[in-house]
Design a protein around this ligand. Structure first.
Ligand code: ADP
Length: 266
């Protein structure tokens, strides 16, 4: 299927101030790739390789120094209209749901927060909250809870449900299972697989954990010092890495057998 998202020659240079003046950091260097509808793409690389900066530029949380993000062949920039178009199609899920979720809102309100400034009927919002709570695998009585009354895994489900409220084409997920227990990780990863089937949503999964990427993603990009040094089908790249950095990464963090690690989900 034709890609709906194209990343073209994306660059990001952070200009340093004060005593670090002059020591600019090129966090992302000339990155180009596409994502097709429903495709799960992984980005791996050690800490500081530029993964988050790339994800944040796609989401629009960081302005590229040069290059383009094209959504359905239209360029996404900084204007209000482009921002609206971007957030209705691309949503980001962050690592720590505790800090991402407003502690004073109940689950029903958190799930449908994006609807609150729209002239929608109150009933529509209630109905959407019920649909979302079911699709993230939580019981309806959870709708009345506050984030502090849920487990970490439940909070991460709410975080994912929130992102799905406006039926996005892409979820950008930055280290979303790294803080969770292994059994809870399996539940969240399986939820993402299920959502792909139900909603055909695509996923850009940023992770330092190669097993997570191997479990979910058909394609992987390996980042090193801001560059994509290697990319291809996940199994091929992990089984026969072409770049020396990928081999180092695999030696440092073996992708392990994801089915051994999350056996109940196999
Ligand atoms: P990763 O997600 O792979 O850990 P990041 O994208 O967070 O990598 O960081 C890539 C590089 O950009 C690092 O050298 C980091 O220190 C630098 N960087 C990230 N954000 C900023 C910022 N706001 N200001 C200056 N440098 C930054």
């Amino acid at each position: 299927e034709a890609p709906f998202l194209r990343i073209h020659n994306l660059n990001k240079i952070f200009q340093q101030r004060g005593w670090r003046r002059g020591k600019d950091v090129q966090a992302v260097k000339n990155i180009s790739f596409d994502i097709a509808p429903g495709e799960f793409v992984g980005i791996v690389g050690e800490s500081g390789s530029g993964k988050s900066t790339l994800g944040r530029m796609i989401m629009g949380l960081e302005t590229p120094s040069s290059g383009q993000v094209l959504l359905n062949d239209q360029r996404l920039g900084d204007s209000d209209a482009e921002w609206q178009r971007r957030i209705s199609s691309i949503q980001m899920i962050f690592q720590d749901p505790r800090s991402a979720l407003n502690p004073r809102r109940r689950v029903a309100s958190l799930l449908t927060q994006s609807m609150e400034n729209r002239p929608a009927m109150r009933n529509d919002r209630e109905l959407r909250a019920r649909e979302l709570v079911a699709s993230i695998g939580l019981a309806p009585d959870m709708l009345a809870r506050f984030p502090s009354q849920m487990s970490g895994g439940q909070r991460q489900r709410v975080n994912i449900g929130r992102a799905l409220c406006d039926v996005p084409q892409l979820l950008v997920a930055d280290e979303i299972v790294s803080g969770l227990d292994v059994s809870v990780q399996a539940q969240i990863l399986n939820l993402l697989l299920q959502l792909r089937q139900q909603h055909k949503v695509a996923l850009l999964l940023i992770s330092h954990d190669l097993a997570v990427v191997r479990y979910l993603c058909s394609r992987v990009l390996v980042m090193h010092r801001g560059e994509v040094v290697e990319s291809g089908p996940t199994e091929t790249v992990f089984a026969a890495p072409a770049h020396v950095y990928t081999r180092q990464l695999l030696a440092a963090v073996p992708p392990s057998d994801p089915f051994a690690r999350w056996p109940q989900s196999a």
